[in-house]
Design a binder for this molecule. Sequence first.
Ligand SMILES: [Zn+2]
Length: 87
Amino acid sequence: MTRKPHNQDAGYIASRRHPTIKGTPGQGGTGWVVIYEAELQGIDVDGLRYAVVCCSHGTIAGESSMRGARSSMKSPANFCDDCREGF
Ligand SMILES: [Zn+2]
């Protein structure tokens, strides 16, 4: 397992692990939230530049600014219902 499993992905910008989120298999039991350049990763978020992905739950948020993207990365409960409900 690499320390940052997503940094080879197309359009990768930043990632953060969230010990409170259950990870997907192979990710060491800890959930990740990743910021991508949406177009490079092939994610359509209504034309917004950045896509913030809760990997454990498959939830995607679109953000127009890096500032907004970083804020969503820090607080995935703001866009991910499953995180908010503690799954
Ligand atoms: Zn989530």
